[in-house]
Design a protein around this ligand. Structure first.
Ligand code: SER
Length: 872
């Protein structure tokens, strides 16, 4: 079976068992503060497990692209070194949300593996949770009983909490699990040693392929386990491993998932895969990492200097570094793999092929800039002398932090020189940095205090800005050392930050008490209100009221963003895709894919089109419950990397102008926006441009400020009729004067030069001139010095000048430098001491500046000492 067939077989099998096939969520996670990237198939269903969102399909199946490169599940350092860990991998999963449980999950996994995929039964082992006394968890007898119906008891092993109790992160849904392992060793090896001994022992041929988790608990902040409202099944099968087993390969990389990439790499590197360990590792690293990088970018995460963006940048750099060191790729190459990958995933994850050019461009520019850094870092290393053959930990850390050198690269380069790296020192610096960034970002979250047994909260903020409500639950959090509270309300008009739009602020009121709600955010399914204090009586009825003025300013900017997006597509072309957006009460910021700077004309056309749409006063059409497929078929703009449900909200401003999938807040008609003004256009990353703009009050203010500035300019120019003409004539006048001055200076320099020629002293074969001159133009002095050098052999020239800012110039004939070991730089530095300054330059020509002009005569006098020691 090809990998495509293997994937399809999985989906079809569970479909035949009543499972709904759903798409993969984006690899980049946006609304879960505990997670940057999707690290398991279950992430997108977290709210369902916790009972915080309604269950649409009780049985679901999918293939989820995952990334395990940060946080609790992090495999990055293994990737490429071994043959079965990956950064991005696909997780095939079947789910039951409060529907079937252990019996069916176990039976179906066995049926699929042995009857459908035809894996030899006596190559399989399963593990079952042995229980944990400290957690108060019993052995999983139920799973054991069900397995016994399929597999000989001798092949059922018990595993501890580490291997057989799956947890999403520090907190969140979890439960006992049962893993299926397969022994891929050849028969003769199997005859010698039972595969049982090698399960969970990091043997490259005896590997886990499938994990069946029986979700039963929520791990709380205080590390206790709280039973979930219902019992669920979460299974995850490593697709790349499964393909390897079914295709009978020794390594995941030998399958048709990775070989197309490795072939391209090997050909370009003029090497064969399998020839030597170091270049094989490099090829695996590249083939693996390009997948993670490409899908992260396609899902909206650009490489950057912080958080998720930095993780992606680090992965990219790891790949470039391996390519550079072990395969001799000195020019960008990784980006050329993007089209190969896009083609491979056509029909599976079409996000990539749809944005292929953009992704390739981003990777290319990242590669270029990192290769430059790498070269600078290597030079830095070459210039370094390791005291006693030990590379200082601080220096290793500087290479790591500033030049992106992984520590193993530094170790490698050190070894080549016969040096060692002070690893404890490096670790200390690294740890210190981690502490610093942890201290800057840590949010310490307490557990929820529940008041109402209410699972679902109601958002009414599209229609009202004020409602009566109750507190469902609250908790205390500490952000940057400050205490804050998070409140969940039974009903709320507050829009939670999302889709680029900032969260609402406002008030929570009961009796005489009025508490500020400073921000609103979404956490999985919940709308969370942030306050600085807790209401004194949390159990009473409240009125929740949004700050309407601020909200309406936000709405103006959001609707204007839609008009802008449509205008960009019309003026620049349909390749324009949204890459980021920030809508606040003050302004809007819109990032989009486009490859060149926008011209003034383009900007004016875009601005004009948006303002025209504002003047047309187009009424908003808001549809809250459109089937996703229908919306797409109608040409609604959707975003890459966004997770949409089966039903979506569509915001339309003109059926033929702007139609977007959007959950945000908008003006009732475009006229409300008032006026739209672009403030700036700039580049944010490779192939991504940014427009910042203002609307409503802010645009009025901007225009007023600009008018004011113009008014002041006019006044300065004494109110001419035509300001532009007046500035132009000032500039012309200025140019003319500058030229005249230059000419005068040159004339003066010529005169000075001939005067200096007459002051030559012939001292022991040297032509010595040391004078203070009345000229302060550096260029002119330089030309005097060079002129004199051309005219006089054996020249030793020292010029002092400047009454305010004193300066010195030393010029020597080349033969004096060569034969007499004279050095203009050393001389000028010595002389400059007299004017309290410093300088330098080349051996025959050097300059210095200083602070004390009264020292110039002394400096000139001092020059004579040097002549005496250097006579020819
Ligand atoms: N959540 C489990 C895992 O990631 C099974 O899908 O392994």
């Amino acid at each position: 079976m090809t990998s495509k067939e293997i994937r399809k077989t999985f989906l079809d099998f569970f479909h035949s068992k009543g499972h709904q096939i759903v798409p993969s969520a984006p690899i980049v996670v946006k609304n879960d503060p505990t997670l940057m990237f999707t690290n398991a198939g279950m992430n997108q269903f977290k709210a369902l497990f916790l009972g915080e969102a309604p269950i649409k399909y009780p049985r679901v199946v999918d293939t989820q692209r995952c990334l395990r490169v940060s946080g609790k599940h992090n495999d990055l350092e293994e990737v490429g070194i071994d043959t079965y860990h990956h950064t991005m991998f696909e997780m095939l999963g079947n789910w039951s949300f409060g529907d079937y449980f252990k019996k069916e999950a176990i039976a179906w996994s066995w049926e699929l593996l042995t009857s459908v995929y035809g894996i030899d039964k006596d190559r399989l082992y399963v593990t079952v949770f042995e229980g944990d006394e400290k957690e108060g968890l019993p052995r999983d007898e139920e799973a054991l009983q069900y397995w016994k119906a399929h597999i000989d008891e001798s092949r059922i092993l018990f595993g501890n909490k580490k291997d057989n109790f799956w947890e999403m992160g520090e907190t969140g849904p979890c439960g006992p699990c049962s893993e299926i392992h397969v022994d891929c060793r050849p028969d003769d090896e199997r005859a010698i040693l039972d595969g049982k001994e090698l399960v969970n022992a990091d043997h490259p041929q005896v590997i886990e392929i499938w994990n069946n988790v029986f979700m039963q608990f929520n791990r709380l902040k205080d590390s206790s386990l709280k039973p979930l409202p219902a019992k669920h099944v979460d299974t995850g099968m490593g697709f790349e491993r499964l393909v390897r087993v079914l295709q009978g390969k020794q390594s995941n990389y030998d399958t048709d998932v990775f070989m197309p990439l490795i072939d391209v790499i090997a050909t370009a590197a003029k090497k064969s895969y399998g020839d030597d360990e170091a270049s094989d590792i490099a090829m695996r690293v590249m083939a693996d990492h390009i997948r993670a990088i490409s899908f992260a970018i396609a899902d909206g995460q650009l490489p950057s200097n912080n958080k998720a963006g930095y993780v992606i940048r680090r992965i990219l750099r790891r790949a470039v570094r391996y390519a550079y060191t072990f395969l001799d790729f000195k020019e960008p190459f990784l980006n050329t793999l993007v089209p190969v990958l896009a083609k491979q995933f056509e029909g599976v994850f079409d996000e990539l092929i749809a944005q292929q050019d953009f992704v390739q461009r981003v990777v290319l520019e990242e590669e270029q800039s990192f290769l430059r850094t790498l070269v600078t870092g290597v030079q830095r290393f070459e210039g370094y002398r390791a005291p006693d053959g030990i590379v200082n930990g601080d220096f290793a850390f500087e290479l790591y932090d500033t030049f992106g050198f992984p520590i193993d690269l530094t170790e490698l380069m050190a070894r080549e020189k016969g040096w060692q790296v002070d690893m404890p020192g490096f670790q200390t610096s690294l740890e210190e940095q981690k502490q610093r960034s942890r201290a800057a970002t840590t949010i310490d979250t307490g557990d929820w205090v529940t008041l109402l047994d209410e699972d679902q909260v109601e958002f009414v903020g599209y229609d009202s800005l004020e409602v009566e409500t109750q507190l469902v639950k609250y908790r205390k959090i500490a952000m940057k050392g400050k205490d804050r509270y998070q409140l969940v309300l039974s009903k709320t008009p507050f829009y939670a930050e999302g889709g680029g739009e900032v969260g609402d602020s406002g008030w929570l009121m009961a009796g005489d008490e009025k508490i500020d709600i400073v921000d609103t955010k979404k956490e999985n399914g919940l709308i969370v209100h942030f306050t600085n204090t807790l209401p004194s009586h949390p159990e009473v009825d409240f009125v929740a009221k949004v700050d309407a003025e601020r909200r309406h300013d936000i709405e103006r900017n959001h609707s204007a963003t839609h008009l802008l997006h449509a205008a960009l597509k019309k003026v620049l072309g349909t390749h324009v895709n949204q890459k980021g957006s920030l809508v606040s009460e003050n302004s809007l910021r819109f990032d989009f894919s486009h490859f060149s700077k926008l011209s003034e004309d383009e900007l004016r056309s875009i601005e004009h089109l948006v303002n025209e749409k504002i003047r047309e006063n187009i009424a908003k059409k808001e549809q809250r419950h459109v089937p996703f497929d229908q919306a797409i078929a109608e040409g609604t703009t959707a975003l890459f990397g966004e997770k949409y449900g089966d039903y979506v909200r569509v915001i339309t401003f003109g059926d033929h102008y702007s139609k977007e999938l959007c959950g945000g807040c908008h003006v009732p008609a475009t006229g409300n926006i008032g006026f739209f003004k672009i403030v700036s256009e700039s580049a944010v990353a490779a192939g991504v441009r940014r427009i910042e703009a203002v609307t409503g009050k802010a645009s009025e203010k901007l225009i007023a400020e600009q008018g004011n500035a113009l008014h002041q300019v006019k006044e300065l120019l004494k109110s001419p009729k035509d300001v532009l003409a007046s500035i132009q004539s000032l500039q012309e006048e200025n140019n003319r004067l500058r030229k005249e001055i230059e000419k005068a200076v040159q004339e003066k320099a010529a005169v000075l030069r001939s005067q200096l020629m007459e002051k030559v002293e012939h001292i022991d074969g040297l032509n010595f001139i040391a004078e203070k001159i009345d000229l302060a133009d550096a260029d002119a002095i330089k030309s005097i010095a060079f002129g004199l050098k051309d005219k006089l052999p054996n020249l030793f020239l020292v010029l002092g000048y400047g009454d305010e800012k004193p300066g010195l110039t030393v010029m020597l004939s080349e033969n004096l430098v060569a034969e007499k070991s004279l050095n203009a730089g050393a001389i000028v530095r010595e002389l400059a001491k007299e004017i309290k300054g410093g300088g330098g330059g080349q051996a025959f020509y050097a300059t210095a500046g200083g602070k004390d002009a009264s020292g110039l005569p002394r400096a000139i006098q001092k020059a004579r000492h040097f002549v005496q020691s250097a006579s020819v």
